[in-house]
Ligand binder design. Structure first.
Ligand code: MF3
Ligand code: CO
Ligand code: CO
Length: 269
């Protein structure tokens, strides 16, 4: 008989391994931060991440990662404008006005940190700034709302409330996830409330991501038929995302992937 897998709860030594992986992943984000600028190809950012990670003796987790039938051949996901997620780095040159999500994942001594930020390239439209701000605030609203032993639905409820209040939609096809020695593991962390998320609880020692994808228009997206990865909004409108890896402790959540130079909780873009 198959039993539902119980989400893993880490002891202190294991939590420290996750803290180290997440701190390094955040260091990579700070390393590429000055390079996310007009005139730069998304592929060159990917190359820099690969180089820096390997120079430090670590591994970009997304390289050769398999989902279903598809194998991912880059080290990062870089999702520009109407791309919801899983944008493949390539020859596209970043331009003033773009919003660009860079999603980084690193394996450090067998433990995995996963995070993303949406960058604004130069001056952007009010619409672009608004959706970036909403995805950042939605992630932090969820982090602020969760407590040890709370239902996973706490996350989805706080994110959908904030997005709805500001007139944005929340993507459902892609969700947060448990992360640890495996990239994607139990529990699933939907950014909207589901029956399953009401049944499951966030217990001390659990590590997982919160990574809301917020859209200006429809919540629905399409996977690119040619490359099998890139997910674009169906209406071509903008999408933004932020992601942290979180440890639930006995005292509350700890966002382990916080950077030194990036936007902190409460930041106004
Ligand atoms: N980093 C993404 C996440 O946050 C997953 C990317 S899967 C890949 O879950 F295969 F595209 F790398
Ligand atoms: Co993730
Ligand atoms: Co990620």
């Amino acid at each position: 008989m198959l039993l539902a897998q119980r989400p893993i709860q880490l002891v202190e030594a294991e939590r420290d391994m996750m803290r180290r992986a997440c701190a390094f992943n955040a260091q990579v984000m700070d390393f590429i931060r000055p390079e996310v600028k007009p005139g730069v190809t998304t592929e060159s950012i990917d190359d820099l991440v690969n180089q820096y990670t390997r120079d430090h003796g670590h591994v970009p987790t997304q390289f050769n990662y398999v989902v279903g039938e598809e194998t991912y051949r880059k080290n990062t996901c870089i999702s520009v404008n109407d791309v919801i997620c899983h944008g493949i780095p390539g020859p596209y040159v970043l331009q003033e006005g773009d919003i660009v999500n860079v999603d980084l994942t690193t394996t450090v001594d067998g433990w995995i940190g996963d995070q993303s930020e949406t960058f604004m390239i130069g001056e952007v439209s009010d619409e672009a700034r608004g959706v970036v701000q909403c995805s950042f605030d939605a992630m932090w609203a969820a982090i602020d709302a969760i407590t040890p032993g709370c239902r996973i639905a706490t996350i989805g409820k706080s994110i959908t409330k904030l997005a709805r209040d500001r007139g944005y939609s929340v993507v459902r096809e892609f969700v947060g996830h448990g992360v640890g020695r495996k990239f994607h593991q139990e529990p699933s962390i939907p950014h909207y409330a589901t029956p399953e998320s009401y049944r499951q609880r966030l217990l001390p020692g659990m590590t997982f991501t919160i990574e809301p994808m917020i859209n200006v228009g429809t919540r629905h997206g399409d996977v690119d038929k040619e490359d099998g990865w890139t997910v674009r909004t169906k209406d071509g409108k903008l999408s933004a995302q932020f992601e942290h890896t979180i440890l639930m402790t006995e005292d509350g959540p700890e966002a382990m992937t916080q950077t030194k130079d990036g936007p902190r909780r409460g930041h106004q873009f």
